[in-house]
Design a protein around this ligand. Structure first.
Ligand SMILES: [Fe+2]
Length: 392
């Protein structure tokens, strides 16, 4: 059997009312907390925040709420959080919300921790510099982070990564220093009754994490697929296969929400071991230039990427695990979800530009793909996936 690396770091408490049932863990984290969250869409209540505030009041934990996380938080957003909390002398950070809030919680902890030693160090240096030895695979941050996802998809509740926007170089990029949450409370109640587009983007993001991770080339230097992540992904694919039709038909049951939350968390653990592949790279321009939600922008390319495999035997098992006969059927399903949520117009000139950028900037993704992909392949995947949106 091939050797592999597998990181196991976060204590996950999964289930309805997990926070209340396992509240004793807060005996370990001190008496002052910063809560990082975001403004919810009008008409939707942040039940997670309500639960945490009630619990902290009851347990005598002092807290400061930072509720202005911006989607794909820019470095400046985290700087503002730092300014607003640096004199609070907090013991831990709890992130409540979607991937952006959880990532912002990790970034705030990292920034605060580094500046205790070096108050003048720039945020860009801290997030994207060389870091401290071994930061890229081990928690070196002395401020613990707890996560409570209120969307299902990014898996950030259990991953070490945090994606931030760098306005100085116009891109989104993961922090160099990984920071795995100490504890995550994964409660499906928070995901229940989310707006449909949020469910769609989350489910497709989690699906993409599993699919891209499971069929990556096995001997790639950055992170190889292995029996652990492949096995975990299989469990989550099975859950997906069980709720996928109800999601498409907008007839989700309480049990389906349980599965959606669980599948997202599982795929988060899985893809931290093997990373993502081509569709995640193809999706960047859509979210960067057109504000298409992350999961939807990856999902648009997921089906066409699978269909583009010349050797379909490389993807058939994963496709079947997800409950589809073949990659055509898989692509049809994902297209139905993305079509109902994404409206945009793109030109062939843009696609040419994105193709060139992909070939230049995403070399490691090309190297990790199980089959060789030419510029023509990438252009074709872009054209086919975006056919409905091309205006010239
Ligand atoms: Fe993703």
């Amino acid at each position: 059997m091939d050797g592999f690396r597998f990181d196991v770091q976060t204590s996950v408490y999964y289930g309805r009312n997990a926070l209340q049932e396992h509240q004793d863990i807060f005996d370990n984290f001190g008496k002052k907390a910063v809560i990082v969250t975001s403004q919810f869409i009008e008409g939707y209540e942040n039940i997670g925040l309500k639960d945490v505030k009630a619990l902290f009041d009851e347990r005598g934990i002092e807290y400061k709420v930072i509720d202005y996380t911006i989607p794909n938080p820019p470095v400046e957003n985290i700087e503002q959080m730092y300014e607003d909390t640096k004199d609070f002398d907090f013991d831990f950070v709890i992130g409540i919300g979607g991937g952006s809030s959880l990532d912002a919680a990790k970034a705030l902890a990292q920034l605060t921790d580094w500046r205790k030693d070096d108050p003048e160090k720039s945020a860009v240096d801290i997030f994207f510099g060389n870091g401290r030895p071994f930061d890229n695979y081990k928690n070196m941050c002395r401020i613990p982070v707890i996560t409570m996802p209120t969307t299902a998809g990014t898996g950030s509740e259990v991953t070490g990564g945090a994606v931030l926007t760098r306005n100085d170089i116009h891109t989104k990029i993961a922090m160099n220093q990984w920071l795995y949450p100490e504890v995550s409370f994964v409660d499906p109640r928070y995901v229940e009754h989310s707006p449909l587009f949020l469910l769609d983007t989350g489910v497709i993001d989690a699906l993409a994490h599993g699919v891209e991770g499971a069929i990556r080339q096995k001997d790639h230097i950055y992170a190889a697929s292995n029996i652990m992540n492949e096995g975990l992904s299989k469990i989550a694919f099975k859950l997906f296969a069980e709720f996928k039709d109800n999601l498409l038909n907008d007839t989700l049951t309480a049990e389906d929400y349980d599965k959606i939350s669980c599948a997202s968390m599982i795929q988060g653990v899985a893809f931290m071991q093997s990373c993502t592949c081509i569709p995640h790279g193809l999706g960047y321009p859509l979210s960067h230039y057109y504000d298409v939600c992350h999961g939807l922008s990856c999902g648009i390319f997921l089906g066409e990427w699978l269909k583009n495999f010349k050797d379909q035997s490389l993807v058939q098992e994963v496709v079947e695990d997800c409950g589809f006969k073949n990659s055509d059927e898989f692509a049809d399903y994902v297209r139905a979800l993305t079509n109902r949520d994404v409206e945009l117009e793109v030109t062939d000139a843009e696609i040419q530009e994105w193709t060139d950028a992909f070939m230049k900037q995403q070399v490691w993704r090309l190297e990790s793909n199980p089959e060789e992909l030419t510029r023509e392949d990438i252009y074709t995947i872009y054209r086919r996936a975006l056919a409905k949106y091309i205006k010239d």
